[in-house]
Design a protein around this ligand. Structure first.
Ligand code: PMP
Length: 429
């Protein structure tokens, strides 16, 4: 595969941007080679600047559940943008998207639009603190919630580790307000609530943890977490930035039928444009300014072009059978690779939910971040490089999940299965 133009562009980009990129994982630090500069996408296919073509399983890290360049979304964007790009006023499109989302989501009564997942989560945490008057928050090792200070903390193992920041530039006093627990361990939650319960505002979790492998949680664990939060008067936040509109229109809350107190959204909600949102009961959202005293604002929030794209995406997701079909397609895709690997005796498990999949290089069931063997990432590197050479684009890190869109056709998926299986042979050669 020729990468001459991407290489040229990348060496130029390094003069302008740290690591040559606008977001770190794009720099291909966890895989081989230089990042590909993508110039075009259509359906499941993307093309780089050297005119290499790929079947895309990254899908812009999740937003593109309808694939690239969806006709209806493109058309509404063009139509809307002809009237201007931004007014900083309320617009009809916000109402349309807000009404559609609330009508079809039993778990929230009001919401506020922002421009990214990070912003949604940051605002939800402030809201939880504002509502409860408490400062501490609980997060889980292996759950990513964007790059806001109080959430960019890691954990050593062990119970109720006070957060150690995983980035420079975060005051220890901020990280100290974040308690980090292992997933899949209700006892750890209860112990922490007993010790710190009256100073904990909220627990935040990706109910479908999909940023550190795919760490699918047991439904009983998620329900247990809900019950403990209720018992100890701690708000429960489901961060649905990936799972929202992905594992079903109502996200993980709908999938597991668990009512969180606050939910955050991003990615799919904007139909490929920058949108995030947070939502809750009318009572909780009543604390947000200007109704209440939890301040949150945004110059470009509710941007009409982005709202129009989100509305047009959501309308397609609500078509009868959309999620059932996409999930069945994904199951079939995963099952074919899994059975090939099983027949060959390869130690591979492909974890999957909805239209998300993740290749785990072990047969062990993995539910916690510390169960992932870092050494297995070398195997992913081999697979990733082989697949790029063979027209398949996976996100450039073995910790990242893959996404299937409604635009992936059966023949594209069949071809991808073949390539991935051949890649597995190479990994195990
Ligand atoms: N929460 C979750 C669960 C995410 O997956 C992400 C992004 N991958 C974020 C928050 C942050 O969203 P953004 O990158 O749009 O700021």
């Amino acid at each position: 595969m020729q990468r001459n133009i991407s290489e040229e562009l990348y060496s130029e980009a390094k003069n302008y941007f740290p690591g040559g990129v606008s977001s770190p994982v794009r720099a291909f630090k966890s895989v081989k080679g230089t990042p590909l500069f993508i110039k075009k996408g259509n359906g499941s296919q993307i093309w780089d600047e050297d005119d290499n073509q790929f079947t895309d399983f990254c899908c812009s890290w999740g937003p593109l559940i309808l694939g690239h360049n969806n006709d209806a979304i493109r058309e509404v964007i063009v139509e809307t943008v002809a009237n201007g790009t931004s007014f900083g006023t309320p617009t009809r499109w916000e109402n349309k998207l807000g009404a559609l989302l609330l009508k079809n989501n039993r778990f929230i009564e009001k919401l506020r639009f922002v421009s990214s997942g990070t912003e949604a989560v940051m605002s939800a945490i402030r809201l939880a603190r504002g509502v409860t008057g408490k400062d501490k928050i609980v997060k889980f090792d292996g759950c990513y919630h964007g790059h806001a200070d109080s959430l960019l903390v890691n954990a050593g193992s062990g119970l109720a580790t006070f957060g150690v920041s995983s980035s420079a530039g975060i005051p220890a006093s901020f990280a100290n307000e974040t308690l980090v627990l292992p997933l899949d361990d209700l006892e750890a939650v209860e112990t922490t609530f007993k010790a710190h319960g009256n100073s904990i505002a909220c627990v935040i979790i990706e109910a479908v943890p999909a940023n550190n492998g795919l760490l699918l949680q047991r439904p009983e664990y998620l329900q247990g977490l809900r019950d403990l939060c209720t018992q100890y008067d701690v708000l429960l936040i489901f961060d649905e930035v990936i799972s929202g509109f992905r594992v079903g229109f109502e996200g993980a809350a709908g999938y597991y039928n668990i009512q969180p107190d606050i939910m955050t959204y991003g990615k799919i909600i904007g139909g490929g444009m920058p949108v995030g949102a947070y939502g809750a009961s009318a009572e909780i959202m009543g604390h947000v300014t200007p109704d209440g005293n939890v301040y949150q604002a945004g110059t470009l929030s509710g941007n009409p072009v982005a709202m129009a794209a989100g509305f047009t995406a959501a309308s397609q997701l609500l078509e009868d059978g959309f999620y059932e079909k996409l999930e069945a397609t994904t199951q079939d895709f995963v099952a074919k690779i899994q059975s090939y690997c099983d027949n060959k005796g390869y130690e591979i498990n492909i974890n999957t939910i909805g239209s998300i999949f993740w290749i785990s290089f072990t047969k062990d069931e993995i539910r916690r971040a510390d169960q992932i063997d870092g050494a297995s990432m070398d195997k992913f590197k081999i697979l990733h490089a082989y697949l790029l050479d063979n027209g398949i684009y996976l996100g450039p890190s073995g910790y990242e999940v893959g996404f299937i869109s409604a635009a992936h056709t059966p023949s594209e998926l069949a071809a991808a299965v073949e390539k991935i299986c051949a890649g597995m042979d190479l990994v195990h050669a």
